[in-house]
Write a protein that binds this ligand. Structure first.
Ligand code: NDP
Length: 331
């Protein structure tokens, strides 16, 4: 029941693989929710680097397709087999291709309820990057009191959340970013040491200076190609390099024997999907994350809100390194 749904509504379509120019906003028919899906009126959709990899064809998705894996909104219809969500529920998701549109069909296995203390834009902004920072600091490396972490691109979406989650667990953050303004943001989020990697030639040497020569326990690297070597050279013996993304490009093939020579190092390349593979794990992580947001322990910084029609600008800004925090598309 409720207000009648339109036949069609705007959606952000990738017409062919390429740069932001291949994006087009088109009226598309509303999907009918399958048995295990709901139809959501989308309040906000998240802008993420995975969208860039998919748009460019680095991650293969046949064109044309509706972009976006993240969003939040209100349930307006449920599939025949759905029992845990009803019309009117406030929901959010971080995985589900086809989210950047006014009405999205979402698999219930990807869906969580949004607590009343969290607004829908914040929920949309928190799901993908927040759950990522959560698993990176609890599971990939269990940060504890005294852990020293290197966080690259610390003013970015994931970077600001990582910085807060490391420091609230008693860890110390050495932050990098590409400008003084971005480093100031990292400092506000709790970073202890700041390195401008646009100006410092030897980032690993700068990290060692700030750790009495020891190196860091863990390096969180979502920049990839441009920072990988510095991350490796910044680790203490038996330290862990967490390569979780490739904002500057993919890291080329790597000779594992180097890990032996550099002090028994570890390297991992984790994905969110493997850390929210069951509804139970997704809900447990989301519940904890939303709790931190409600208590104010973790601030979700929304660095830009763009109408769906301006999606090309949103992606050009993200890829052009002009943004801080999270970008949202408002359908
Ligand atoms: P950010 O907000 O961090 O934006 C990317 C930032 O990377 C830029 O602002 C810039 O900061 C830095 N950067 C450095 N070099 C480049 C370059 N050549 N081009 C563009 N940016 C560059 O993005 P997100 O928070 O959305 O994502 C960060 C990373 O996290 C991405 O690599 C993404 O793929 C990854 N990710 C991985 C997940 C996983 O589970 N594995 C899940 C979610 C995200 P500066 O100017 O300070 O250098």
């Amino acid at each position: 029941s409720g207000s009648a749904l339109p036949e069609s509504a705007p959606a952000l379509v990738v017409t062919r693989h390429g740069g932001p120019k291949v994006l087009d906003v088109r009226d598309e028919p509303l999907g009918e929710p399958a048995a295990d899906q709901v139809l959501v009126r989308v309040a906000a959709a998240g802008v993420n680097f995975i969208d860039v990899y998919q748009r460019e064809g680095v991650y293969p998705v046949p064109t044309p397709f509706v972009l976006g894996t993240e969003g939040a909104g209100e349930v307006v219809a449920v599939g025949s087999g759905v029992s845990s969500f009803v019309v009117g529920d406030r929901v959010a998701w971080g995985q589900g291709l086809g989210s950047a549109r006014a009405y999205a069909t979402v698999d219930t296995k990807n869906l969580v309820h949004v607590p009343s203390g969290v607004d829908l834009q914040t929920a949309a902004a928190a799901m993908l990057q927040g759950l990522t920072a959560h698993y990176l600091t609890t599971s990939t490396y269990a940060v504890q009191q005294g852990t020293v972490a290197l966080v690259h691109a610390a003013a970015g979406g994931v970077g600001q959340l990582l910085t807060q989650m490391v420091t609230r667990r008693g860890g110390r953050v050495i932050a990098t970013a590409g400008s003084a303004a971005k480093l100031e943001t990292a400092r506000e989020r709790g970073a202890d040491e700041l390195i401008n990697y646009a100006e410092v030639d030897d980032v690993a040497a700068a990290v060692r200076e700030r750790t009495d020569g020891r190196g860091v326990d863990v390096a969180y690297d979502g920049v990839g190609k441009d920072t990988f070597e510095a991350s490796l050279a910044s680790l203490r013996p038996r330290g862990l390099l967490v390569l979780y993304g490739a904002a500057s490009g993919q890291v080329p093939p790597f000779d594992l024997q180097r890990l032996n020579a550099m002090g028994s190092l570890f390297v991992t390349r984790p994905s969110l999907g493997a850390h929210v593979a069951t509804p139970e794990e997704l809900r447990a992580r989301a519940t904890e994350l939303f709790g931190w947001i409600e208590s104010g322990d973790v601030q979700v910084s929304i660095g830009g809100r763009y109408p769906l029609a301006d999606a090309r600008t949103a992606y050009a800004d993200l890829e052009g390194r002009r943004t801080q925090g999270k970008l949202l598309l408002i359908p």
